[in-house]
Design a protein around this ligand. Structure first.
Ligand SMILES: [Zn+2]
Ligand SMILES: [Zn+2]
Length: 395
């Protein structure tokens, strides 16, 4: 495809693939030129390595229990669409080899049209994806306001902001987001609601794990953004494979791949281009810009996205290092010993109590909850929900 524009010196000679030495290169992968076949193998191998636990177990079919159920949140962006494609291949290979599969997927799209009318309803995109991958498991489109089906996930919000009481779920969601003090808070709370809805659905549909599409680049963005938002303490639980604070496993099978690598991958012709299925891809950047336009300036998440997308081309090892370092922060004692934030559900730093209470106390006039409520929130959520003064960026 585009072997020439990979070499930055303007030459138009096609570079040969370093691995097979026969086909032209389509990507310069961390200094190694690869053709589309070898690049495809590379991408698959990275994902399969992370899915080791879900190989088919070789016990006789009659003693076999039902396959393990895994939830895959699909935004129609590049990463989650690629992940679905790779898992579909893995399932097809398992079927071909053993006539059984090691897992089935529950593919869920969260429809956010209630809070952003420009977002196309998910059903049509979901049908296209389902036609392409008909045998991976179940497909669901769930509205974001469906979060109110899970009272434990929203109870804390109702006490903190907005009134409690009954009412229309869509209106309640709009009231909640409208009451937040800044675009950073809105994006932050939106992210929390999305995560809590997805984990609620995973439990409801008997899934043992959630498979997130996050790349190395995305995990690095998240690491620094959460630190900047005052949730640094919880980063190991937001970026590592394994038990999450939500009572099921979180896995990141694309954690060894860069976002720019997936951007090339979805445009390859072989086997069939994935790009047409990525209806959310164009909005990934624009959607975030739109949120920024609502409030003033740029949100912390946007800043981090721009930063890492800017450096991943030239300095992929820095991006990988941020994630690797975050992975080493796991503390002894686990989640049980430390308190959990009632808003985001993540472990919170007991040592930050004064900050939490301080931020909560400011809410006295604006919410019935008052400072006492702030005590069981992490600093990041207290600031998002009660509108404690945000940092001026850059620091
Ligand atoms: Zn090759
Ligand atoms: Zn929190």
């Amino acid at each position: 495809m585009a072997e020439q524009n990979i070499t930055s010196n303007g030459t138009t000679v096609s570079t040969l693939c370093k691995r097979c030495c026969t086909s032209p290169s389509v990507i310069n992968l961390r200094t190694e030129h690869l053709c589309s076949d070898c690049f495809d193998k590379y991408i698959r191998s990275k994902c399969i390595k992370r899915m080791e636990a879900y190989r088919v177990r070789y016990n006789p079919p009659d003693t076999d229990t039902s396959p393990r159920r895994l939830l895959l949140p699909l935004s129609f962006g590049i990463s989650s669409t690629t992940l679905l494609h790779l898992l579909n291949s893995q399932l097809q290979n398992q079927l071909a080899r053993t006539t059984r599969t090691g897992f089935v997927l529950v593919v869920v799209h969260i429809d956010e049209s209630a809070i952003d009318p420009t977002v196309p309803p998910g059903e049509k995109s979901m049908r296209a994806v389902q036609e392409r991958f008909p045998h991976v498991g179940e497909y669901l489109v769930v509205k974001l306001e469906g979060i109110y089906e899970f009272p434990s996930a929203v109870k804390a919000f109702e006490m903190g902001v907005g009134g409690s009481g009954g009412g229309d779920w869509e209106e309640k969601l709009k009231d909640l987001l409208g009451a937040l003090p800044s675009s950073t808070s809105r994006m932050d709370v939106l992210h929390i609601l999305r995560t809590r809805l997805i984990t609620g659905l995973a439990r409801k549909h008997a899934c043992e794990a959630v498979l997130w599409g996050d790349t190395t680049t995305r995990l690095a963005e998240k690491t620094l953004a959460e630190t900047a938002k005052g949730r640094g303490f919880s980063i190991p639980w937001q970026t590592s494979d394994g038990d999450s604070p939500y009572g099921l496993k979180f896995l990141y099978p694309l954690r060894d791949l860069l976002k720019k690598e997936l951007a090339v991958y979805i445009s390859l012709d072989a086997p069939t281009p994935l790009r047409p299925l990525c209806s959310g891809a164009a909005e990934e950047g624009e959607g975030k810009k739109k949120y920024a336009a609502v409030g003033k300036g740029i949100t912390i998440d946007e800043l981090m996205t721009q930063y890492f997308e800017g450096i991943e081309g030239q300095y992929p090892s820095i991006v990988a290092n941020v994630v690797r370092t975050a992975g080493k922060l796991v503390t002894e004692g686990g989640v049980v010993r430390i308190g959990r934030c009632k808003i985001c559900g993540l472990p919170r730093d007991g040592g930050g109590g004064e900050l939490v209470l301080g931020a909560g106390a400011k809410s006295g006039e604006t919410s019935g909850g008052g400072g006492k409520e702030g005590g069981d929130m992490c600093y990041g959520c207290a600031r998002s929900v009660y509108g404690a003064r945000p940092y001026e960026w850059p620091l």
